[in-house]
Design a protein around this ligand. Sequence first.
Ligand code: KIV
Length: 271
Amino acid sequence: MGRVTTATLQEMKKRGEKITLLTAYDYPTARLLDEAGIDILLVGDSVGNVVLGYENTLPVTMEEMIHHTKAVARGAKRAMVVGDMPFLSYQISISEAIRNAGRFLQEAGAQAVKLEGGKERAETVRALVETGIPVMGHIGLTPQSVHQLGGYRVQGRSEEAAKKLLEDALALEEAGIFSLVLECVPAPVAQMITSKLRIPTLGIGAGPFCDGQVLVTHDLLGLYGGRVPKFVKQYIRLYDQMLEAVRSFREEVRDGVFPGPEHCYDFPGDS
Ligand code: KIV
């Protein structure tokens, strides 16, 4: 089966076939998601909170993103790999944006990049697309602007805010994005935006009417002990199972149960 491309995603929207996108930050997870048939693996800057232990995504650097994207690209054979452009890697100048976005494709093996923001990013998007770099947009709750937004909260609830989201979406589409993430947006607003765009929308906390759905893999798998946002469905609680397994190891070592003879080489009495 060939690689998922921007054309594949466009065809899926036309056919009404839902698109799946999950985050991946390492090689084994990328292999697993790829084998499961997930269409897009996003190396999100959420790696900052989820894997690196930062408080938010702002400290994540280009070097960290390239390192994680390389690992994911080695594991993904069919899925499209999208590298998330970290804070300040695309806002300072268009030439820096092109250089940084280019690194995701040239050095890290991604097929596309994602960046946050609305019409204020249209010029940058256009320049990247003209350079031959496919761009995924991201509006609604944009975590790199958490301080400006005043926290992680639903966006586009007022009529005026919903209108602004639509204007942003149309400006980004016009600039050449191939898909658009809508994060934490009321379901009817996401539905209205989806119906107005030719390109696919990918919703996270944006209801069922988007062309595809996004989740952070660690949320879906329950790899955290704590609470998850309302929009997350936890299909399994791996944290609890892993905790149980590690506690069993500790107890068995302390009780002299592990390693047993079957785990040893040339154990006394073995023939
Ligand atoms: O960084 C990330 O994981 C994201 C998704 C939540 C869309 O941007």
